[in-house]
Design a protein around this ligand. Structure first.
Ligand SMILES: Cc1cc2nc3c(=O)[nH]c(=O)nc-3n(C[C@H](O)[C@H](O)[C@H](O)COP(=O)(O)OP(=O)(O)OC[C@H]3O[C@@H](n4cnc5c(N)ncnc54)[C@H](O)[C@@H]3O)c2cc1C
Length: 486
């Protein structure tokens, strides 16, 4: 094995957990590598969720989920400030639509208090309607501290900050096998063999397969797909905060809810359907119709906004369809494998809890490695300026300094050429259409990229020397062009 392929710590998976763990460890003097099978961060569950920063009332008192969710929520503002990531404390409603649902929301309120959640209040239907016009509630749980973020930018910024501090990222490298040989680990990927003293297995849906390959034992995951519909921008601010239904026993998630996104759209979903494969991200018109019907029952008037897209995410559930509900996160050093740390079943609220989880992983790593703070490491990370977020004076200043800020490439989202360039030149070196999409938010509007995608391809070809057939939408095999036509 080449000595430059030997690391102190190898992190498997660049979702929210892998990126948070990488950033956390980047503040110390260790040689760290992140291996990711996809072409970019957040390609799986971390980029396919509701993007809600939960308060912590949904989880059983005493569980890691409850503890880390409450901690994660409290620290999210500061974390996003450090990382230059958008975050809004919108508040959130859980609506009881009839008398029978009231005990469910009262139970959540009491569970929240037991978990140490702050800012919870049981309110009547009239107060709920003042907060969210059109909500169908006889009573509601109002959680003042719940919020929303952009999960892609969250992962991108964590990873970029880690990379600035010296963490290496290798994309398109699937870990095939992990072997414990003579007191250290050999990690066999699709491209190379690496050595490491410590492994952090945060491969999401594939984490049980990695654990099994290393000899850590068997964990059963039950993939449970959640489909979403995306509505166009909510210009009239009909939905100022997420609205969730009262809890119902047995379902695999929190129920079909309506969530405003940081960028102004509305998400409807997710559904909950146990599936056989952990990579089937299909969406279906039947489920989409059902989501719209459920959403209309919860908040009326929102369905006037046009449907512009759909996606799905898969929960790595540790509970079978028969059991339903939630198990707790599994986060532990495997007793039979020194320095092998497993993170299994990191379903909701894993996004909210990701930084406290990374702190716990740091403690587990410290039991095996003497980590000394790196005096040169930085905690703050800046992303490029967005013209659509700037006031008139800042816009003028941006355009004066860089006239490409004045050339709009994505008309739906008002993304300028300067931003497209900054996204193309991202510090992680990912040059795919979806990398540009998630960093600049281009192609995400109602035309779904019909107008700007060819322009972005033109920039990649004309100004970055890419051949048309080299341009990938996302992962290997997703080539957008086969060549040039006259
Ligand atoms: C429908 C849905 C809604 C949710 N809503 C919320 C919410 O509103 N708020 C909240 O806090 N949480 C929410 N969650 C939970 C949250 O999204 C997850 O807990 C979190 O994203 C998990 O992050 P992760 O890094 O563990 O997993 P992932 O994001 O799945 O990352 C694992 C990474 O490992 C990589 N990988 C897998 N196998 C290999 C391999 N062999 N080699 C190399 N790399 C590999 C994958 O490509 C992936 O990038 C939701 C989840 C779902 C499914």
């Amino acid at each position: 094995m080449r000595t430059d392929n030997v690391y102190d710590i190898v992190i498997i998976g660049a979702g929210a957990i892998g990126c948070a763990v990488a950033r956390n460890l980047s503040f110390y003097d260790a040689k760290v590598l992140v291996l990711e099978k996809n072409s970019d961060v957040a390609g799986e569950t971390s980029g396919r969720n509701s993007a809600v920063v939960h308060a912590g009332f949904n989880n059983r008192p005493g569980s890691l989920m409850a503890k880390f969710c409450v901690e994660g929520n409290k620290g999210f503002e500061e974390l996003c400030r450090e990382l230059d990531v958008p975050f809004k404390r919108t508040g959130k409603l859980v609506a009881a639509t009839c008398e029978e649902e009231i005990p469910g929301i009262t139970g959540l309120y009491e569970q929240g208090l037991a978990n140490g959640c702050e800012g919870l209040e049981l309110i009547d239907g009239q107060k709920a309607a003042e907060l969210v016009p059109g909500v169908n509630a006889v009573k509601a749980l109002y959680s003042k501290n719940s919020g929303i973020t952009n999960p892609f930018l969250y992962c991108v910024s964590m990873a970029e900050n880690a990379a600035e501090n010296g963490v290496s990222f290798r994309f398109n490298e699937a870990v095939k096998e992990v072997r414990y040989v003579a007191g250290a680990y050999e990690i066999v990927t699709s491209e190379a063999v690496y050595g490491s003293k410590i492994i952090v297995n945060c491969a999401g849906l594939d984490a049980p397969a990695i654990a099994k390959s290393a000899g850590a034992g068997t964990y059963d995951i039950y993939p449970c797909r959640g489909e979403y519909c995306i509505l166009d921008v909510d210009k009239d601010q009909k939905l100022p905060m997420p609205v969730y239904p009262a809890p119902h026993a047995g379902i695999g998630g929190l129920g079909v809810h309506l969530t405003p996104t940081i960028e102004g759209n509305i998400l409807l979903g997710p559904s909950a359907e146990y599936i056989d494969n952990n990579d089937d991200y299909s969406t279906t018109s039947e489920v989409c119709q059902n989501l719209m019907d459920e959403a209309e029952k919860l908040v009326s008037g929102v369905m006037d906004i046009k449907l512009i897209g759909a996606y799905s995410g898969i929960r790595p559930k540790l509970t079978s369809p028969e059991v339903g509900g939630y198990s707790d996160f599994i986060i532990k050093s495997e007793p039979s494998l020194p320095g092998f740390i497993d993170l299994i079943g990191i379903e909701s609220p894993g996004l909210t809890a990701s930084w406290p989880i990374a702190n716990m992983v740091f403690d587990l790593v410290s039991e095996h490695l003497d980590l000394k703070p790196d005096a040169d490491a930085v905690r703050t990370h800046h992303t490029f300026k967005k013209i659509r977020e700037a006031d008139e004076e800042t816009k003028a200043e941006l355009i004066r300094k860089d006239p490409e800020y004045g050339q709009i490439i994505c008309r739906c989202r008002k993304v300028s050429k300067a931003e497209i360039r900054a996204a193309i030149e991202n510090p992680l070196g990912v040059r795919t259409m979806s990398a540009i999409k998630y960093r600049a938010w281009a192609t995400t509007g109602r035309c779904n990229g019909g107008y700007c995608m060819p322009k972005i391809a033109g920039i990649l070809i004309g100004e970055y020397g890419m051949k048309p057939e080299e341009i990938l939408y996302r992962d290997k095999g997703s080539n957008m062009f086969t060549g040039e036509v006259k």
